[in-house]
Design a protein around this ligand. Structure first.
Ligand SMILES: C[S@@+](CC[C@H](N)C(=O)[O-])C[C@H]1O[C@@H](n2cnc3c(N)ncnc32)[C@H](O)[C@@H]1O
Length: 246
């Protein structure tokens, strides 16, 4: 990947809010903002992978001071152009390692973005980086899917997830390394455009160990932002780890 903006460069950023429109719907967003505002309390919040401000802006409007980190200047330009965009501080950099001034009562990483770190070492570094930013008693929240390996029959490593007259999309898994990619073929003006984005899928229990390595403990795990119970059938989870009070 040559683009310094990573996989969310100008072309993706220009269409991000439109292609993720369902995630901007109040029924999806409001419970997340309620959940995060409750954990932030009177403190500051740090969003890793702040993007175009889908979550940061409504959280900031709720009175929570929010600072974001993101690799992509193109995504952050969209955030800046929105009403209230100048109220959210942003540092450009890799959220696994980038340091920001001050401490936070809350750090959060939503919409599967932990998977954008494509090695276990980078995911562990991210937990350590978060712990270094949290006040004692502060919380780290991750929203991410449970790996869908039950969709893989023996001998198969591809799972299609979208088939339409104008596009196809499929995930490719390497179960030996937990590497995967999401792949998109789109028909644009009669020609096919191909995009492939690498990820590393990660299990809930593995995230708990990463938190332990960073000195944090699991506090809550839910299926979603409304605090529905997390069960063996849950397709995703919202997990909260806490940095011990001093
Ligand atoms: C799926 S978008 C999520 C944006 C926003 N959090 C939301 O919920 O709409 C992922 C964002 O994370 C950023 N990102 C991915 N990997 C990153 C990394 N290692 N360091 C900093 N930002 C990263 C991308 O540039 C993009 O803006």
């Amino acid at each position: 990947m040559d683009d310094p903006d990573g996989y969310f460069g100008e072309r993706v950023a220009a269409r991000y809010d439109e292609t993720s429109a369902v995630m901007f719907e109040p029924r999806m967003l409001d419970p997340a903002v309620d959940f995060l505002a409750g954990l932030a309390g009177d403190g500051r919040a740090l969003e890793l992978g702040v993007g175009t401000g889908r979550v940061a802006l409504p959280l900031s409007r709720r009175g929570v001071p929010v600072h974001g980190v993101d690799l992509s200047r193109a995504m952050v330009r969209r955030l800046r152009a929105k009403p209230g965009g100048d109220a959210v501080g942003v540092t450009i950099g890799d959220f696994a390692t980038t340091r920001v001034d001050g401490t936070f009562s809350l750090a959060y990483l939503v919409f599967n973005t932990i998977n954008n770190l494509t090695t276990q070492a980078a995911q562990v570094a991210c937990f350590r980086n978060v712990a270094a930013h949290l006040e004692p008693g502060g919380c780290f929240v991750i929203e991410v899917g449970v790996p869908e390996l039950r969709k893989l029959p023996p001998g198969q490593n591809v799972v299609p997830f979208q088939v339409s007259p104008t596009g196809w999309a499929y995930d490719v898994y390497d179960v030996a390394t937990q590497s995967m990619s999401s792949n998109y073929v789109e028909v644009v003006d009669g020609r096919c455009e191909f995009t492939s984005i690498p990820f590393r899928y990660v299990w809930p229990a593995e995230l708990d160990l990463m938190a332990e390595l960073a000195g944090m403990r699991l506090r809550e795990r839910w299926e979603d932002w409304t605090r529905a119970p997390f069960t063996s059938e849950s397709g995703r989870h919202v997990s909260v780890w806490e940095k011990p009070a001093a």
